[in-house]
Design a binder for this molecule. Structure first.
Ligand SMILES: Nc1nc2c(c(CN[C@H]3C=C[C@H](O)[C@@H]3O)cn2[C@@H]2O[C@H](COP(=O)(O)O)[C@@H](O)[C@H]2O)c(=O)[nH]1
Length: 306
């Protein structure tokens, strides 16, 4: 996504709280020598997959809710993915557009078998309603129709989703510049690509244009790897587990500098080893590395975007 790459680059070159350290990038590239460990999509089989259109509906609902687990220390992505998987295995109509428009908080909790209110529960329910309503209004109720309308282009899939679904329109205005991050729209394309192994509904001729998904894990991993350097103020906010506001300079810089840093890593890998590594592959490696470091301290922002 050109606007994601170029607006993230603008942030990185005007940042005041986060620095992208090129020697840190050099070190990481040297250690992986252009061959990142191949992480299998659908680790531990937590995702629903039937090789058909219902999987597309499942992934779209999953990525509509794929954000902000950290306020509940027991909740994580796997709970969401496997909870939705069990729900749809039990009742194939559970993600029908008309039903998505009616769920309440308690019903979503019941669906996920979560014993207490979910973080940002009202927003999660509102976003389900938004998805159901727009799917019904414009896509015959089926997410597969969005995929089929994008002519095997991940860029046009992301553009269509961010145009029609405000909840996926992950952007900020930073120092007077609009910055596009599009984390959940891009990860939907990547999840399709991963689930269907680049075939069928996962076939994209431009998957290379997808950037990493600027969540709260990847910036922390890049900091741990010495690729990102934080100001002392920012470091102490994160170490103290204090919240960082959505849309603040600090938050935007953490996310945008992560995107920019990985694009730089990609370029350096190409120069050093001639290998064309995808940001999606780098992301999966960085994210998997992150969720295996229980001590990893990530920034805490209440966001519906990641
Ligand atoms: N950058 C990036 N961020 C990702 C994912 C995924 C899962 N992707 C699936 C696709 C292939 C794999 O097999 C995965 O199963 C979730 N997240 C984000 O992490 C956070 C959840 O963290 P925690 O609270 O610890 O569970 C939350 O913001 C969530 O949106 C990813 O791949 N990349």
């Amino acid at each position: 996504m050109e606007e994601v790459r170029s607006s993230s680059a603008w942030v990185a070159t005007h940042a005041s709280h986060v620095v992208v350290d090129s020697s840190g990038i050099e070190k990481v590239v040297d250690t992986i020598e252009g061959s990142i460990p191949k992480i299998e999509w659908n680790h531990e089989g937590i995702h629903y997959f039937d090789n058909g259109p219902l999987t597309v509906q499942y992934l779209f609902v999953l990525d509509a809710l794929n954000f902000c687990f950290w306020p509940d220390k027991d909740l994580n992505y796997d709970n969401l993915a496997s909870g939705l998987k069990e729900a749809v295995e039990k009742d194939k109509s559970v993600f029908d557009a008309d039903r998505l428009q009616k769920y309440t908080g308690p019903q979503l909790r019941e669906l996920l078998k979560w014993p207490r209110p979910l973080p940002l529960e009202d927003e999660r329910v509102r976003l389900l309603h938004e998805v159901g309503k727009e799917l019904e209004r414009n896509f015959g109720g089926k997410a597969v129709n969005i995929v089929e309308s994008c002519g095997k282009s991940a860029v046009s899939l992301v553009a269509t989703i961010t145009r029609h679904f405000p909840g996926f329109r992950d952007h900020s205005v930073y120092k007077g510049h609009q910055v596009f991050l599009y984390k959940r729209a891009q990860i939907f394309a990547a999840d399709l690509w991963g689930a269907y192994k680049g075939q069928g509904y996962g076939e994209f001729n431009d998957i290379g244009s997808i950037t990493i998904f600027a969540d709260y894990i990847v910036p922390a991993v890049l900091k741990k790897l010495g690729v990102l350097k934080y100001s002392s103020t920012l470091s102490s906010i994160i170490e103290a587990n204090n919240e960082i506001g959505s849309g603040t300079e600090e938050e935007v810089e953490l996310r945008a500098c992560s995107i920019y840093a990985v694009e730089k890593m990609r370029e350096l890998i190409k120069i050093k080893s001639g290998k064309q590594v995808l940001s999606v592959e780098l992301d999966l490696w960085l994210w998997s590395y992150g969720i295996q470091c229980p001590s990893l301290q990530h920034h805490r922002t209440l966001s519906i975007y990641y």
